[in-house]
Design a binder for this molecule. Structure first.
Ligand code: GRF
Length: 192
């Protein structure tokens, strides 16, 4: 069974979708640890409710990005994790950490990559006037939002959409494709 670490910074609705898919048997995986870099991340509650081990590692308390990541790495490695899932984790990850976990670290982004990388992807889509938006699960590489694509879902952009309405429509799809992408990877990742 695939052993996961999920990294969050906030709401944690994608984490919750992964937890639900495991609980309802559509995803054969186990979340070994949820790590947040913020003490007040609401997503931590989802993990606690599901009886999953949580850790808060506040990046502010570390002198460098790498020392913060070394702390995360220690916890993740101790749990024999196969795959790290970034789910609204709002830190840039260093080449050191990415190199260490290459091919085993994935992210979800609220756009049809390669369009609209970076922050406020839904707003970027609205401003560009596209007729279709969506979300992407992809491998994490040194270049932001640019790694190999695992799965995407499209949604229409409707007349009168605001950032909120479009984001909600995309989020609904995120909750479907994140667990599905993990399930797909579990077919060929070598389990530790
Ligand atoms: C999602 O829109 C995700 O695509 C982006 O950050 C948001 C996280 O939401 N990377 P949540 O914390 O999973 O609810």
């Amino acid at each position: 069974m695939l052993k996961l670490a999920v990294l969050i910074s906030g709401r944690g609705s994608n984490l919750k979708a992964i937890i639900d898919s495991i609980e309802n048997g559509t995803l054969n995986a186990e979340i070994k640890i949820v790590i947040s870099n913020k003490t007040d991340a609401r997503g931590l509650e989802h993990a606690i409710e599901a009886g999953i081990k949580t850790a808060v590692i506040e990046h502010k308390k570390f002198p460098t990005r790498e020392s913060f990541e070394m702390e995360m790495d220690k916890l993740i490695a101790a749990k024999d994790v196969d795959l790290i899932c970034l789910a609204g984790f709002m830190r840039i990850i260093s080449p050191w950490f990415i190199g260490k976990w290459r091919g085993r670290i994935i992210n979800i982004h609220p756009s049809l990559l390669p369009a609209f990388k970076g922050v406020n992807a839904q707003k970027q889509a609205l401003e560009a006037g596209v007729k279709e938006a969506g979300c992407t699960v992809h491998f994490v590489t040194e270049e932001m939002d640019s790694g190999e694509i695992i799965l995407q879902a499209k949604v229409p952009v409707l007349e009168g959409d605001t950032e909120e309405t479009l984001s909600a429509r995309i989020l609904e799809q995120e909750h479907k494709i994140y667990p599905a992408a993990i399930a797909r990877l579990s077919d060929y990742l070598i389990i530790r």
